[in-house]
Design a binder for this molecule. Structure first.
Ligand code: S3P
Length: 427
């Protein structure tokens, strides 16, 4: 067997705890760096993306102690970062680049952000525009991509209406707003994940929300806090779909984030007939958590509206796989943003599903999936995209037989132990 070969078949049994939430982990390190005092983080994501944020913050003079899920961040105080000596390499991580660009914009030094082949293809005008309106000088590469340079300085607060529903853009502007004169308000076209707002409140910053508008006041100081990072719902989703669709499975996923801006995929799976019991746990106040108790069940097709997409944007690949094995057809509407993820995920999902004998096609910005009775082992390319890699692995598991998947190693971006954890719970 080559290292691309995946043997499928079996069912899932037992318990699993997924790595810490990637979005919450980035924010814990960043807010910790901007705070007064020492921030203790528990349950930090083990993924390469969060390591990129850590490396960039260290290059900005931030001390972060501890390896593994428990770290301590020595805050430098608002506006207290140091000029970096070289480029800030965000690797594969859009969150690292977009959030830190907002932070650096409020500091009186220039910084240049780079990234890997995927990240340097992704759209950056969406952050350049608001940061320029606030007074920062932002230079993009051809095609409005990274490498990008930010020359920060005194910023003024703005009221900014976002054109796309993006938590990264919202967070970029709010973080710049903390360093600006006066208030900064961001209006989102649809509710996106609100981890930045929740965590800012946990660090003692007053955040006002009115409908889809969020406001922060410039100069608000952050007080170091303890952050307990919940399990990542986007990682739990692979388990939820795999356990649902492999007959005879019984799986418990412990301590998963239950923030309603992230659990849209559970609503969709429930609508499709999944048997997932959600057991709320006591969280630490900032982010709710829950256990998910999953028994396998048959699914029926569904329609996913464009309004639902921001609440499950990272789960579309694995939900499309669920749709491929559901009775009847499913339509996912309004997926244009998926073209700008770690790969062109919209095209990637359709190609991946078809490689396993499913029937999927892109129609405009929609994805149409016709359910089939069973998948067949296939050869697929994950396009170096972690979510496509784990989706392909689950497809291979459900197909049985032996499949070949290129780009499996990209799972390390969010979930380095995924394949080992999966094998250990396959009966
Ligand atoms: C993220 C926001 C989303 C999501 C990404 C993480 C965040 O991106 O896809 O994985 O942590 O804010 P967009 O803001 O581009 O929608």
């Amino acid at each position: 067997m080559s290292d691309r070969a995946v043997a499928g078949g079996g069912r899932l049994a037992g318990e699993i705890r997924v790595p810490g939430d990637k979005s919450v982990s980035h924010r814990a390190l960043i807010l910790g760096a901007l705070a007064d005092g020492e921030t203790a983080v528990e349950g930090l994501s083990s993924g390469a993306d969060v390591a990129s944020t850590r490396r960039c913050l260290e290059a900005l003079g931030v001390e972060i102690a501890g390896a593994g899920p428990a770290v301590r961040v020595t805050g430098r105080g608002l506006g207290g970062l140091a000029a970096p000596k070289g480029d800030l390499d965000a690797g594969n991580s859009g969150t690292t680049m977009r959030l830190l660009a907002g932070v650096v914009a409020g500091h009186p030094f220039p910084a240049r952000f780079t990234g890997d082949a995927s990240l340097t293809r992704r759209p950056m005008r969406r952050i350049a525009e608001p940061l320029r309106a606030m007074g920062a000088a932002v230079t993009l590469s051809d095609g409005d991509t990274a490498p990008l340079s930010v020359a920060g300085g005194p910023l003024k607060g703005v009221e900014y209406a976002m054109k796309v529903a993006s938590a990264q853009v919202k967070s970029c502007v709010l973080l710049a707003g903390l360093h600006a004169a006066g208030e900064t308000t961001v209006a989102e076209p649809a509710q996106t994940r609100d981890h930045t707002e929740r965590m800012l409140a946990g660090f003692g910053v007053s955040v006002r929300r009115a409908g889809l508008k969020v406001t922060v006041a410039g100069g608000s100081r952050l007080r170091a806090a303890k952050v307990i990072v919940p399990g990542d719902p986007s990682s739990a989703a692979f388990w939820a779909v795999a356990a649902t669709l492999s007959p005879g499975s019984e799986l418990a996923i412990r301590g998963v984030g239950a923030n309603p801006t992230r659990t849209g995929y559970l609503n969709v799976l429930a609508r499709m007939g999944a048997d997932i019991h959600r057991e709320p746990l006591r969280g630490d106040g900032g982010e709710p958590i829950e256990d998910l108790l999953i028994s396998s069940s048959e699914l029926r097709g569904t329609e996913i509206s464009a309004d639902e997409i921001p609440g499950l944007v990272d789960e579309v690949p694995v939900l499309a796989l669920a749709a491929a094995l559901a009775r009847g057809s499913s339509r996912f509407r309004g997926l244009s943003e998926l073209r700008h993820k770690e790969s062109d995920r919209l095209a990637g999902i359709a190609a991946l599903l078809n490689a396993f004998g499913a029937v999927a096609r892109v129609e405009g910005d929609d994805l149409l999936v016709e359910g089939v009775a069973a998948l067949a082992p296939g050869r697929a390319d994950a396009l170096d995209d972690h979510r496509l890699a784990m989706t392909a692995f689950v497809a291979a598991f459900l197909a049985g037989g032996e499949s070949e998947i290129g780009g499996l190693e990209s799972a390390a971006i969010s979930y380095p132990s995924f394949y080992d954890d999966f094998r250990a719970r396959t009966a």
